[in-house]
Design a protein. Structure first.
Length: 304
């Protein structure tokens, strides 16, 4: 439908009526799309169904695991936990401690390196900056598994294979973390603030530590969480680097138990119970750190 609006010279010009709005609720809030909601529910079901299966399977005995309905719970969770924790005098606790060391240590060091590199790429001008950033982007596209064997050969020549350093050191440099830190530093840190701090006599390290890092904190939390989850779930690198089972993380340790399942079927329930225990720290970490994302999203909404 069109309407005629008089112009300055008395002529009439035709204007097209505004497009009809989407139906909304009486309170003025748009109604959610049923299709989008259905897709999100299907995605949530797809992601959570394996977790539900692990939770249910960890409650079953070895005989019930293959003879009962997959999602029918049982009452053997406590016994399965005891079998897991007492296996070889508590070897699982050793694997869990190794995993925490690899994940926390590697993620903290990687976040620190990513913060410094991202800040430098975002706020400094130097020769070869574009080339260096392009190399970082190429590293993002390169699968880490391709580098596992060359890294093992280098660490073997250096005498560091089958040590904690063989897993920790390759985890420090994370191209994707550097990329995220660079993007976040460019958006969150005003150049005027850096120039004002330099005018007041502040050094570069003080500016980075006292001003830049707090502004980058929500982005650095994201970098830390991504790297923590990546190291926690990493299998190929420690599998290649380590030969002593006392140095294994949970992923490699449970894999060795899985290999025993063909001759000892009872080990399957132990592996499933170990997998259930291993995801609890990831869920707890996400719940603890999500407030940083909520604060960052709220700040962005206020600024916009």
């Amino acid at each position: 439908m069109s309407t005629s609006v008089p112009t300055r010279h008395g002529e009439a010009r035709s204007t097209v009526a505004a497009a009809p709005r989407r139906p909304s609720s009486p309170g003025g809030v748009e109604r959610p799309s049923l299709i989008a909601t259905g897709i999100l529910l299907l995605g949530a079901l797809y992601a959570l169904l394996p977790v539900l299966w692990v939770l249910v399977a960890a409650t079953k005995s070895p005989d019930e695991l293959f003879s009962t309905f997959s999602l029918a719970p049982s009452s053997h969770l406590v016994q399965n936990l005891q079998d897991l924790f007492t296996y070889r005098d508590g070897l699982f606790f050793r694997w869990a401690g190794n995993t925490v060391l690899y994940a926390v240590g590697g993620a903290l060091l990687s976040t620190a390196v990513s913060a410094a590199a991202g800040y430098g790429l975002a706020k400094f001008v130097f020769r070869g900056k574009k080339l260096f950033f392009n190399v970082i982007l190429a590293g993002v596209l390169l699968p880490a598994v391709i580098l596992a064997v060359p890294q093992y050969l280098l660490f073997a020549q250096a005498g560091l294979a089958n040590t904690y350093w063989a897993v920790l050191l390759p985890s420090i440099l994370n191209p994707y973390g550097i990329y995220l830190a660079r993007i976040y530093a460019g958006a969150a840190i005003p150049t005027e603030m850096i120039e004002a701090a330099r005018t007041d006599g502040a050094g570069e390290l003080r500016i980075f530590g006292q001003f830049a890092v707090p502004m980058m904190l929500p982005g650095l939390v994201t970098v830390f969480l991504f790297q923590f989850v990546g190291i926690w779930n990493n299998y190929m690198l420690p599998y290649i680097m380590l030969g002593d089972d006392k140095l294994f993380p949970i992923t490699v340790g449970l894999s060795t138990l899985m290999n025993q399942g063909s001759s000892q079927p009872a080990m399957y329930t132990t592996v499933i119970t170990g997998a259930l225990v291993s995801i609890i720290p990831l869920i707890a970490l996400f719940l603890i750190l999500q407030r940083y994302w909520q604060t960052d999203l709220t700040a962005g909404a206020v600024k916009s």
